[in-house]
Design a binder for this molecule. Sequence first.
Ligand code: SF4
Ligand code: SF4
Length: 374
Amino acid sequence: MHTEQNTDIPRPMSESAAPRTTRRRSWTRRDPGTRIDWRFWSQTFWAAITIWIGWEFWRFVHHFETAAAGNAAGRPPGAESFLPISGLMGLRNWIASGVLNHIHPAATIVLGLALLSSVLLKKSFCGWVCPIGFLSEAVGTAGRKVHRWKGLLPRSLDRTLRSIKYLLLAFFVWAIWFAMPARELALFIESPYNRVADIKMLHFFTRADSTTIWILLSLVALGFVVSGFWCRFLCPYGALTGLVSFLAPWKITRRAASCIDCDKCNRACPAHIPVAQLYRVRSDECNGCLACVAVCPSAEALELSLPRSRARLTARSMMIAVTALFVIGIGLAMTTGHWQNNITTDEYTRRIHEIDNPKYSHNRGQVPVYTPSD
Ligand code: SF4
Ligand code: SF4
């Protein structure tokens, strides 16, 4: 799936034979936005919102679990962002029926926005919004400070490991899109299990057993050694955004005439993409982080731009574009009634009290047998 190559991309004659520029270029970046780490602040913004959502959702569930007095805290629908499978189910159901389901609508909205941002601006959801990506990067950065290793695995091993996330994605797409008839899918969305899938997801962390804790610690340890381990090798959500990002019109573009072949972009790229050997970065691993652009010493050599156009996006405009897309998208969903689910407080009271009942088990993807009164 990885389209860029380290060595076997032939340079067209026009570029490979082009003489290196002898005129001294401006060594000052034109983009004033690169003086501020706009991506860091974008990631921090979304991470802060995620922490707030997590806290509010925990308070909501805790209220019912402890039968606390008074009104429950409001349930933040944004918690459904962590239900990518529900999001994918909702997307298929929405396409098939023309109606967005009312159980986990926010999961589908967030998935749709992640796909839209990736279709337009490479994997910008992964690079500018996703809090898991932010955490993964932070762990990798801490690791590099300790062991000083960039984490570039041998090519064959890297490719083999990167295929895992695509295999996981293929399984989910097959199971949801092809193996499950549309009627069964609609039944599954309404099932008792799916109605509390967000609470089950919370319990995955709050009721973590030793196996879960060991798995999570192992992922952190692997990310400490190999930066971005989760995103690069395991995340099926990132595999999906990477695939659709091939369509993105905005891509990192290198102008050979301005490039001084300093190789700084290659060294800066966290995705190990050989930017200095490419004209347009089409890779499914490019998350539009603009680290390559930020380090490039030659004005106009490297830009996030449209094909055959001088239009370009700076880090600041990238941040504005991605933030606006999500804020406007979520705002529209809120104002049109496509954000909140329609599960009542009474229903949550009943279901959270009986959540250990077998009818709330996953049933290995099979549609559970249930009656409407369940
Ligand atoms: S450094 Fe450049 S090529 Fe590498 S992921 Fe970031 S934007 Fe893409
Ligand atoms: S950073 Fe990359 S694109 Fe910029 S001058 Fe150096 S090799 Fe060329």
